[in-house]
Design a protein around this ligand. Structure first.
Ligand SMILES: [Zn+2]
Length: 510
């Protein structure tokens, strides 16, 4: 048994290695190819001076053939095409919105396309970030996008930036483009882009997509409002959800990103945008598009108003209280004594230490994967909605567990007294037995701890903190027995992601 298990493990390991070799081969091929690509496809790591994009006087034979289907549109025509080819667009964010936006702008023949992203391609990006490919995992996203677009249309000038847009470099880059697309997923960058576009007097085509919903609007264009006119204050950081936290159906950013390209093309070609002072709301579940009128530009706006107080870029991370990153931030809510790492938890499991495993992920995520120990699932949202109810459920879980442990101990003793051997008692059997000392205010703890886990180790910390505070309150108000011994709550550092990284490489990461 032991041997076949290790053969299987080895086979899996081998499969993994073969996959890794394949990936490296692809990467090598990609790099070799890129050495034949023009210098312009090399990502820039800082703002640099670009040559002026000269006006295009007339279309070549190749242009006419390539763009013929849009040239015959009366609203667009040769005039529109020439303008488009004289226009530069900067896309900030090479993800779910940036990919479709880039591909349509490249296909339509925009003059210059800059793409900013500090990140590398990950496997979990590919369901929506459709210009990246499986063999480009680990490659710079901005490079990956322009490489795909280059194959579609090499007449466009591409400028990939592998860098994080910041207060230091944003203006220098943005000033060199005619239109900016906000294809990012975080509040700090939204304010940064807004202020930079107001200061540089560029239209900002802003898109967002989350779960089944998308939004689109154009700021700072034709006398319309800027982002700050509508949202002078950033939302509280804990109220902001991004795609890696909340999830998204890939088609939704696909639709919104395509519309960002469309609005950019309309602005560039002279047709003009339909979304100055308007916002498009797309609901994929209902299949509906709505367009709502927004407030006009605010004369009191601190950046685009009549007497602006922001005349240069500020510290947006500080202003928003959250990082300018689309990735989840690691919280540090709990004291170290209330945290264990995945190795420590693995040791607890192998010692068969009795504990209540409290998994606070949403129900839908419980179906994806679970730790190898039965758990009580109370979603994080429940703790926010009704802490006393959630606490009751946890306390009930501890009581049940204590009862099961006592039962199995009894059973062990009984079976030992019969024939001296150990007999396992199932949990179900244990539940039927009535126990002495039933006192609602007293939680028997021969179990050392409640171990709280979530996907990444943020929610679990918050829950432990909430539980600690709630119990303290219940004790002080006499809702719990005064002799109640401390219940030790801990959380697993880094959550399931850490478990997959450090303990079980076969454990799925999502
Ligand atoms: Zn404004």
């Amino acid at each position: 048994m032991e041997e076949s298990f290790s053969i299987e493990k080895l086979q899996e390991k081998l499969k993994e290695k073969i996959k890794e070799v394949e990936r490296l081969k692809h990467l090598l091929k990609d790099l070799k190819e890129s050495s034949c690509e023009p210098d312009l496809l090399r990502p820039k790591t800082e703002c640099c001076r670009l040559q002026n994009l000269g006006p295009v006087a007339n279309l070549t034979k190749g242009d006419i053939e390539r763009y013929s289907r849009q040239l015959i549109l009366p609203e667009f025509g040769v005039k529109g095409q020439v303008k488009l080819q004289s226009t530069s667009v900067l896309i900030v964010g090479a993800g779910g919105l940036g990919c479709p936006a880039a591909v349509y702008l490249a296909a339509a023949g925009i003059g210059r396309l800059g793409v900013v992203d500090y990140d590398e391609v990950e496997l979990s990006n590919l369901h929506r970030q459709i210009l990246h490919t499986s063999d480009r995992v680990g490659l710079s996203k901005s490079l990956s996008i322009v490489r795909s677009c280059y194959r579609l249309n090499s007449n466009v000038e591409y400028v990939p930036y592998h860098l994080q847009l910041s207060s230091e470099n944003a203006l220098g880059i943005i000033k060199q483009y005619d239109i900016v697309l906000d294809a990012t997923d975080n509040v700090a960058t939204r304010y940064l882009l807004n202020d930079a576009c107001v200061l540089a007097q560029k239209p900002l085509v802003s898109g967002s997509a989350l779960r089944f919903e998308g939004q689109l609007t154009v700021y700072n264009n034709n006398g319309g409002p800027c982002y700050r006119c509508l949202f002078p204050q950033p939302p509280p950081p804990e109220s902001v959800t991004n795609c890696s936290e909340g999830g998204v159906i890939g088609v939704v950013p696909g639709i919104i990103g395509s519309m960002q390209a469309l609005e950019a093309i309309k602005i560039a070609s002279g047709i003009g945008s339909s979304y100055n002072q308007r916002m498009l709301l797309f609901d994929a579940l209902d299949g509906t598009f709505r367009s709502v009128k927004l407030r006009p530009r605010s004369p009191a706006c601190i950046v685009c108003g009549n007497d602006p107080s922001i005349t240069q870029l500020v510290d947006y991370v500080q202003f928003c209280g959250s990082a300018a990153s689309d990735k989840d931030q690691e919280l540090s809510v709990l004291d170290q004594q209330f945290r264990i790492n995945v190795k420590e938890y693995q040791a607890m499991l192998s010692r068969r230490e009795p504990h209540l495993l409290l998994d606070v992920r949403p129900e839908v995520e419980m179906d994806i994967c679970q730790l190898p120990h039965s758990s009580l699932n109370i979603p994080f949202a429940t703790f926010n909605r009704d802490i006393s109810k959630a606490t009751r459920q946890v306390l009930q879980g501890i009581k049940d567990l204590a009862r099961e442990n006592q039962d199995s101990q009894h059973q062990q003793e009984n079976s030992k007294s019969i024939d001296g051997t150990f007999m396992q008692l199932s949990h179900e059997e244990g539940n039927h037995r009535k126990k002495p000392s039933e006192n609602d205010k007293f939680i028997p703890i021969d179990t050392p701890a409640v171990v709280c886990v979530c996907r990444r180790g943020n929610d679990s910390q918050v829950v432990v903190k909430k539980l600690q505070e709630e119990l303290k309150m219940q004790l002080s108000q006499g809702e719990l027995d005064r002799n109640q011994p401390d219940i030790k709550f801990v959380d697993i550092k880094g959550g399931l992601h850490a478990w997959a990284r450090h303990v079980d490489s076969q454990f799925p990461i999502y």
